[in-house]
Write a protein that binds this ligand. Structure first.
Ligand SMILES: [Ca+2]
Length: 199
Protein backbone atom coordinates (compact mmCIF):
# COMPACT_ATOMS: atom_id res chain seq x y z
CA UNK A 1 0.00 0.00 0.00
CA UNK A 2 2.82 2.37 0.78
CA UNK A 3 4.12 1.93 -2.76
CA UNK A 4 0.73 2.66 -4.37
CA UNK A 5 0.34 5.78 -2.24
CA UNK A 6 3.74 7.04 -3.37
CA UNK A 7 2.89 6.62 -7.08
CA UNK A 8 -0.42 8.38 -6.58
CA UNK A 9 1.26 11.33 -4.91
CA UNK A 10 3.69 11.73 -7.80
CA UNK A 11 0.88 11.62 -10.36
CA UNK A 12 -1.05 14.46 -8.79
CA UNK A 13 1.92 16.66 -7.96
CA UNK A 14 1.93 20.02 -9.72
CA UNK A 15 5.16 20.82 -11.49
CA UNK A 16 6.61 24.25 -10.68
CA UNK A 17 5.88 25.83 -14.06
CA UNK A 18 5.16 29.18 -12.46
CA UNK A 19 8.80 29.57 -11.44
CA UNK A 20 9.66 30.37 -15.07
CA UNK A 21 10.61 34.01 -15.44
CA UNK A 22 11.34 36.03 -18.56
CA UNK A 23 13.90 38.79 -18.19
CA UNK A 24 15.60 41.30 -20.47
CA UNK A 25 13.03 41.67 -23.17
CA UNK A 26 12.84 44.98 -25.05
CA UNK A 27 12.16 44.37 -28.74
CA UNK A 28 12.69 47.12 -31.31
CA UNK A 29 11.66 47.38 -34.93
CA UNK A 30 13.64 48.57 -37.91
CA UNK A 31 13.46 48.09 -41.66
CA UNK A 32 16.13 46.30 -43.64
CA UNK A 33 17.35 47.37 -47.06
CA UNK A 34 14.69 45.20 -48.69
CA UNK A 35 11.98 47.12 -46.81
CA UNK A 36 11.07 44.22 -44.52
CA UNK A 37 10.37 44.82 -40.85
CA UNK A 38 13.05 43.39 -38.60
CA UNK A 39 12.42 42.75 -34.91
CA UNK A 40 15.49 42.61 -32.71
CA UNK A 41 15.79 41.76 -29.04
CA UNK A 42 17.88 39.97 -26.54
CA UNK A 43 16.11 37.82 -24.06
CA UNK A 44 16.86 35.61 -21.14
CA UNK A 45 14.75 33.41 -18.96
CA UNK A 46 14.92 31.17 -16.00
CA UNK A 47 13.06 28.03 -16.97
CA UNK A 48 12.11 25.53 -14.35
CA UNK A 49 12.19 22.53 -16.65
CA UNK A 50 14.70 22.07 -19.46
CA UNK A 51 12.02 20.31 -21.51
CA UNK A 52 10.07 23.53 -21.82
CA UNK A 53 10.02 25.61 -24.97
CA UNK A 54 9.91 29.35 -25.51
CA UNK A 55 7.88 30.70 -28.41
CA UNK A 56 7.76 34.26 -29.66
CA UNK A 57 4.41 35.44 -30.98
CA UNK A 58 4.67 38.51 -33.20
CA UNK A 59 1.46 40.51 -33.32
CA UNK A 60 1.29 42.31 -36.65
CA UNK A 61 -0.50 45.56 -37.34
CA UNK A 62 -2.91 43.82 -39.71
CA UNK A 63 -4.20 41.72 -36.81
CA UNK A 64 -2.45 38.50 -37.80
CA UNK A 65 0.39 36.80 -35.94
CA UNK A 66 3.60 35.02 -36.74
CA UNK A 67 5.18 32.53 -34.38
CA UNK A 68 8.69 31.31 -33.97
CA UNK A 69 10.13 28.84 -31.48
CA UNK A 70 13.25 30.46 -30.06
CA UNK A 71 14.11 27.86 -27.43
CA UNK A 72 13.54 24.17 -27.83
CA UNK A 73 14.32 22.90 -24.38
CA UNK A 74 17.01 20.44 -23.53
CA UNK A 75 19.19 23.10 -21.92
CA UNK A 76 19.82 24.14 -18.37
CA UNK A 77 17.68 26.52 -16.41
CA UNK A 78 19.08 29.87 -17.42
CA UNK A 79 18.76 30.46 -21.14
CA UNK A 80 19.16 33.52 -23.30
CA UNK A 81 19.64 34.57 -26.86
CA UNK A 82 19.45 37.28 -29.47
CA UNK A 83 16.66 37.30 -32.01
CA UNK A 84 16.49 39.06 -35.36
CA UNK A 85 13.14 38.28 -36.84
CA UNK A 86 11.91 39.35 -40.27
CA UNK A 87 8.17 39.98 -40.23
CA UNK A 88 5.72 40.25 -43.10
CA UNK A 89 4.49 43.60 -41.87
CA UNK A 90 4.84 46.11 -39.09
CA UNK A 91 4.77 44.51 -35.65
CA UNK A 92 2.76 46.03 -32.79
CA UNK A 93 3.94 43.81 -29.98
CA UNK A 94 5.80 40.60 -29.21
CA UNK A 95 4.77 38.04 -26.65
CA UNK A 96 7.25 35.52 -25.34
CA UNK A 97 5.44 32.39 -24.23
CA UNK A 98 7.00 29.61 -22.19
CA UNK A 99 5.23 26.33 -22.81
CA UNK A 100 5.52 23.11 -20.92
CA UNK A 101 6.07 19.83 -22.68
CA UNK A 102 2.32 19.39 -23.11
CA UNK A 103 2.24 22.65 -25.04
CA UNK A 104 0.43 24.56 -22.32
CA UNK A 105 1.47 28.16 -21.74
CA UNK A 106 2.65 28.82 -18.22
CA UNK A 107 4.63 32.03 -18.38
CA UNK A 108 4.46 34.87 -20.82
CA UNK A 109 5.52 38.44 -21.25
CA UNK A 110 4.31 40.95 -23.83
CA UNK A 111 6.25 44.01 -24.92
CA UNK A 112 4.98 46.76 -27.17
CA UNK A 113 7.30 47.54 -30.03
CA UNK A 114 9.48 50.58 -29.85
CA UNK A 115 9.09 51.61 -33.47
CA UNK A 116 12.37 52.82 -34.89
CA UNK A 117 11.19 53.01 -38.48
CA UNK A 118 10.36 56.69 -38.16
CA UNK A 119 8.86 58.80 -40.90
CA UNK A 120 9.49 58.71 -44.62
CA UNK A 121 11.95 61.19 -46.15
CA UNK A 122 10.49 63.87 -48.42
CA UNK A 123 11.87 64.85 -51.83
CA UNK A 124 11.21 68.42 -52.89
CA UNK A 125 11.23 68.60 -56.68
CA UNK A 126 8.84 70.25 -59.13
CA UNK A 127 7.88 69.80 -62.76
CA UNK A 128 9.71 72.24 -65.00
CA UNK A 129 9.54 73.64 -68.49
CA UNK A 130 12.65 74.39 -70.52
CA UNK A 131 13.43 75.79 -73.93
CA UNK A 132 15.25 73.82 -76.58
CA UNK A 133 18.94 74.34 -76.03
CA UNK A 134 18.68 75.20 -72.34
CA UNK A 135 21.07 73.55 -69.95
CA UNK A 136 19.40 71.14 -67.56
CA UNK A 137 20.80 70.32 -64.15
CA UNK A 138 18.55 67.62 -62.64
CA UNK A 139 19.73 68.49 -59.12
CA UNK A 140 18.99 72.21 -59.38
CA UNK A 141 16.43 73.24 -56.75
CA UNK A 142 15.97 69.63 -55.65
CA UNK A 143 16.26 68.87 -51.95
CA UNK A 144 15.38 66.08 -49.56
CA UNK A 145 14.51 66.33 -45.88
CA UNK A 146 13.69 63.83 -43.18
CA UNK A 147 12.11 64.34 -39.80
CA UNK A 148 14.71 62.18 -38.06
CA UNK A 149 17.77 62.74 -40.26
CA UNK A 150 17.36 66.37 -41.33
CA UNK A 151 18.78 67.39 -44.70
CA UNK A 152 19.26 64.38 -46.98
CA UNK A 153 19.87 66.29 -50.21
CA UNK A 154 23.32 64.79 -50.64
CA UNK A 155 21.78 61.28 -50.43
CA UNK A 156 19.49 61.82 -53.42
CA UNK A 157 20.07 59.41 -56.28
CA UNK A 158 18.80 59.95 -59.80
CA UNK A 159 17.42 56.59 -60.88
CA UNK A 160 16.05 57.66 -64.27
CA UNK A 161 16.61 60.69 -66.49
CA UNK A 162 15.78 60.78 -70.20
CA UNK A 163 15.81 64.55 -70.62
CA UNK A 164 17.16 65.73 -73.99
CA UNK A 165 17.07 69.50 -74.29
CA UNK A 166 18.21 69.39 -77.92
CA UNK A 167 14.66 68.64 -79.02
CA UNK A 168 11.14 69.30 -77.86
CA UNK A 169 9.41 66.65 -75.84
CA UNK A 170 8.09 65.55 -72.50
CA UNK A 171 10.68 63.85 -70.33
CA UNK A 172 10.93 62.49 -66.81
CA UNK A 173 13.46 62.42 -64.01
CA UNK A 174 13.08 60.04 -61.08
CA UNK A 175 14.77 60.69 -57.75
CA UNK A 176 15.25 58.31 -54.84
CA UNK A 177 16.45 58.90 -51.30
CA UNK A 178 16.94 56.56 -48.35
CA UNK A 179 16.97 57.59 -44.70
CA UNK A 180 18.92 56.02 -41.84
CA UNK A 181 15.92 53.79 -41.03
CA UNK A 182 16.00 52.38 -44.58
CA UNK A 183 12.79 54.14 -45.59
CA UNK A 184 12.98 54.86 -49.31
CA UNK A 185 11.08 57.66 -51.03
CA UNK A 186 11.00 58.12 -54.80
CA UNK A 187 9.63 61.04 -56.81
CA UNK A 188 9.29 61.53 -60.55
CA UNK A 189 9.02 64.95 -62.16
CA UNK A 190 8.04 65.90 -65.68
CA UNK A 191 10.40 68.06 -67.74
CA UNK A 192 8.86 69.70 -70.80
CA UNK A 193 11.17 70.99 -73.48
CA UNK A 194 9.48 73.50 -75.80
CA UNK A 195 10.53 75.69 -78.72
CA UNK A 196 11.81 79.05 -77.58
CA UNK A 197 9.17 81.68 -78.26
CA UNK A 198 10.56 85.02 -79.40
CA UNK A 199 9.50 88.29 -77.86
CA1 LIG B 1 12.97 59.04 -41.32
Amino acid sequence: MANAESVSKEDISIEPYDTDTIHNFTPTQTKNSAGNYVISYTWSATVADARHTMTAVYNLEDGTTQEEVIFNGGQAYDINGTVNFVARGAVKSVTLVAKNREGISHAERTANISDKTGSMPVINASDIELNVGDKFDPMANVTATDKEDGDLTNKIKITANNVDTSKTGTYHVTYSVQDSDNNITTKTITVKVVEKTSG
